[in-house]
Design a protein. Structure first.
Length: 829
């Protein structure tokens, strides 16, 4: 056979073998392609079902989110699944799987299309329109949390605000609703009003060119319109009730008032602004609540209503605990739930060179910086994002932290540091308050603790700059910005969140420089209604902004008229008459005139009378009224003698030192006959003298009874109220006599009006007197005084019957002496 022929046959056989091998390879490749394609199609189907279910997950509420953090996550998985699903389907189209058309040049470098993405122009890479797959981007026209503006109510006495955190989304972003809270700020009767809701309305453009931010919920606006929706409302006003509204059948009564005593009868207030008096509660420990100290966070129903100063002290200590936690933390980016979705649906594709599965993930060296979850204490899936960074990573034990702050131990402790419920007074939280707080607690020696003053990591460094920390509330027109003066819409229960946005690491300081931004969000959960007190609208705020004239702007309280009145003498806190720009203002009258205190029924026995009034015309806390009458109460029994055929009379005068007091009123001291005694003329003394004021001249007062039909004695009783800061007495003239707790001076015949010896806050000789609001409230707490709560008015007063029963340290009680008088008097028939 010809050699050339053999060579040709050999070459043909080799070519055949090569072709046959290529065919086998092609068949094998096709089989592999089919093997990859089937899981891809199955995964797309699974993701399609997941996407359909995402609309159900979108119908979540804030309450449900707090109970189960999977709702946000489920919605996110559904949306991620939608994108992956479309990616699979689009990839199949591009590869020509579902079409007979020529494949797109994106992925093939054939004879007819030599396009490579790395070198091609935009026109070269235009889409194959026959194979196009579209993805509908979810977006909004109105998003109430950011587009809702101030709500206006035409009816005076009613305010309204959006309730952040109540927004709900229905279907696949087809509808949204958000709660609105209305507060009664002085509506006394039912009324009608127009409520205007102003919102921003987005009109979307149809862009041909977009920025890299273009995507779901970020479609470009062609323009933004402001729209107002008006609704007509009827507001039903319900009166706010106090906690002991004219309680009956107890010793807390006098001629005008009935009330209650004991610590539970008082408004829930804390009358201390000392740094050590306000502390967060430790787990497993009960709250320690008194008028001068409180541990807060374990039993909200018993905790006091805080003013802005007290809340800021509490938050400063929580700040110190957070700083200590972050110093000892070892945070790491939590597992991205989107990876779970990708891992479940991704076909098993292996790298030809390494044999390792191709994941499509890009790992980064700085996990905290590039983590899918932002470094913040804002909530994601029902918990602060920072919680997931700390969860399960443990803490080191090196940093001791500030001595006035709780040392927390775990990620769970983070929750109560940055999110807590408290009772708040209506007070102002603008930057004017913030700066005054820093100035007060920074410049006074030993005023604050290390959590605030630490020169390296103290909270002062944040509060000093509103760019680093400020207060806000969803009730404000623009919660995202700080403001010099703004106030809460009402007193009540609030959720207080410390929203911290970190920069590159979960630390509050870069060395000694603040490196985060903090927003203290005050969100109203429920306004005060039952157990209401007007004192919740008279924030005191300690000494913050107090010493400088008109320093307080939009926060705290001030008085007009009268002198300053002490709230706490130990802490040098008082109601100032030099704060005309304060949030709450009251007209104050301090009455210390001896004649007025013992002649005007509406003043007799009162210590403090406060009526709150909200001015619906100016929408301000003004025109409230405060009447201060700090006195000691001295119970008296007067003896009257007569012989048959003569008149029993009783003359007396008031003394300051040994001199008579000039009387400015025609009557003085209300007297009542001792029950069972006669008027010596066969009638009951109570028929002649019953809540009767003696007739007075310039210096002397007197009673005269009918002509006596029998010889003997009879008795009357009453109370003398003397200013707490002055020493006065009463002297009987003629044949009468005075019986009282402090013995009469035998040389002068003057009985000092000193209260009751040994009785707290009613013992002038021991300087235990009601000379401040704290002293008055403590007297009520110890049941030595009473308080009457009547809605917008509260009165602290002396309980006359109770005082008669008190046993002095030096003699019998006046009730015992009254019993003795009954035994010695001429009895009534």
């Amino acid at each position: 056979m010809d050699t050339s022929l053999l060579l040709a046959i050999s070459e043909a056989f080799t070519a055949y073998s090569l072709a046959n091998g290529n065919t086998d390879t092609s068949i094998s490749g096709a089989a592999k392609t089919k093997a990859y394609l089937i899981p891809a199609i199955e995964a797309a189907g699974w993701l399609s079902d997941a996407e359909k279910n995402s609309s159900i997950a979108a119908q979540y509420t804030d309450e449900l989110m707090m109970l189960n953090g999977n709702f946000n996550k489920a919605r996110m998985i559904g949306l991620v699944g939608s994108a992956i699903e479309n990616g699979f389907v689009n990839g199949a189209f591009e590869g020509g799987v579902y079409s007979t058309a020529e494949p797109s040049g994106w992925y093939f470098d054939g004879q007819d299309n030599n396009t490579l993405p790395s070198t091609a122009s935009f026109s070269d890479l235009k889409e194959n329109c026959e194979n196009i797959v579209s993805l509908t981007l979810p977006d909004y026209i109105i998003n109430l949390p950011q587009d809702g503006k101030e709500i206006n109510v035409s009816l005076g006495g009613v305010s309204a605000a959006w309730m952040s955190g109540t927004e709900q989304v229905y279907d696949v972003y087809n509808a949204q609703e958000m709660g609105v809270r209305f507060a009664n700020n002085g509506l006394w009767r039912n009324g009608y009003g127009t409520v205007s809701f102003t919102v921003d309305n987005h009109v979307h453009a149809k862009p041909t060119e977009t920025t890299f931010k273009f995507g779901p919920f970020n479609v470009d606006d062609e323009r933004k319109e402001t729209k107002t929706y008006k609704y007509h409302f009827k507001f039903n006003s319900a009166p706010r009730t106090g906690n002991n509204f004219t309680a009956q059948n107890n010793d807390c009564s006098n001629e005008l008032f009935r009330g209650a005593s004991g610590k539970d009868s008082l408004p829930k207030v804390l009358l201390s602004w000392d740094w050590t008096s306000i502390n967060p509660a430790l787990p497993g420990r009960d709250s320690n609540i008194s008028l001068i100290s409180a541990t807060l966070g374990s039993n909200l129903s018993k905790e006091p209503y805080l003013d802005a100063t007290q809340l800021t002290i509490l938050l400063s200590k929580k700040f110190g605990s957070l700083e200590n936690l972050l110093e000892r933390a070892r945070p790491s980016c939590p597992e991205n739930p989107a990876r779970t979705v990708f891992d479940r649906v991704r076909p098993a594709i292996y790298d030809a060179q390494t044999g390792m599965p191709i994941t499509g993930y890009t790992e980064t060296d700085n996990e905290a910086l590039y983590c899918y979850l932002p470094l913040t204490t804002r909530y994601y899936d029902g918990k602060p994002a920072l919680y997931y960074y700390l969860e399960g990573n443990g803490l080191t034990g090196s940093a001791q932290g500030a001595s006035d702050s709780e040392r927390v131990q775990s990620a769970n402790d983070l929750m109560r540091l940055i999110d807590t419920n408290v009772n708040l007074m209506r007070d102002g939280y603008g930057t004017d308050f913030q700066y005054d707080f820093v100035n007060t607690f920074s410049t006074q020696i030993l005023k604050a603790g290390p959590s605030f003053l630490d020169p390296s990591v103290g909270a002062k460094k944040y509060f000093y700059s509103a760019d680093k920390a400020y207060f806000t509330s969803p009730s404000r027109p623009d919660p995202a910005r700080y403001e010099r003066a703004w106030s809460l819409p009402d007193a009540g229960k609030y959720r207080v969140r410390m929203l911290v946005d970190f920069t590159n690491s979960p630390q509050l300081f870069n060395g000694t420089v603040p490196s985060a931004k903090i927003v203290f969000e005050l969100y109203s959960l429920a306004p005060i209604s039952s157990n209401y007190s007007p004192f919740y609208y008279l924030p005191i705020d300690g000494t913050v902004g107090l010493t400088a004239v008109n320093s307080r702007t939009g926060y705290g309280s001030g008085i007009t008229g009268g002198n300053v009145f002490d709230v706490s003498r130990d802490e040098k806190v008082y109601y100032s008459n030099q704060q005309k720009f304060a949030l709450a203002k009251a007209t104050a009258s301090q009455i210390i005139d001896l004649s007025l205190l013992n002649s005007v029924p509406s003043l007799a026995g009162k210590l403090f009378d406060f009526t709150y009034y909200y001015n619906t015309t100016t929408n301000s806390d003004s025109n409230s009224r405060m009447i201060l009458t700090p006195t000691v109460a001295t119970p008296l029994i007067a003896q009257m003698d007569a012989n048959e055929g003569t008149r029993a009379d009783f003359y007396y005068s008031l003394k300051r030192g040994n001199s008579d007091v000039y009387l400015r009123t025609p009557n003085l001291i209300s007297w009542t006959g001792v029950d069972g005694c006669s008027d010596l003329a066969n009638g009951a003394i109570t028929d002649s003298i019953n809540r009767t004021y003696a007739s007075c001249g310039e210096k002397v007062c007197s009673f005269t009874l009918p002509v006596a039909k029998s010889t003997g004695k009879t008795y009357i009783k009453g109370f003398a109220y003397s200013p707490a800061d002055s020493v006065v007495g009463i002297a009987a003239l003629g044949s009468g006599a005075i019986i009282e707790p402090t013995p009469t001076n035998p040389s002068t015949g003057i009985s000092p009006l000193m209260g009751i010896p040994g009785m707290r806050f009613n013992d002038k000789a021991s300087n235990s007197i009601p000379d401040s609001l704290l002293a008055m409230f403590t007297a009520v707490s110890e049941k030595n005084a009473c308080i009457a709560s009547m809605g917008d008015r509260e009165v602290v007063f002396w309980p006359e019957e109770y005082l008669f029963k008190q046993t002095p340290s030096n003699t019998d009680s006046m009730s015992v002496k009254e019993t003795n008088a009954k035994e010695n008097c001429v009895r009534a028939n």
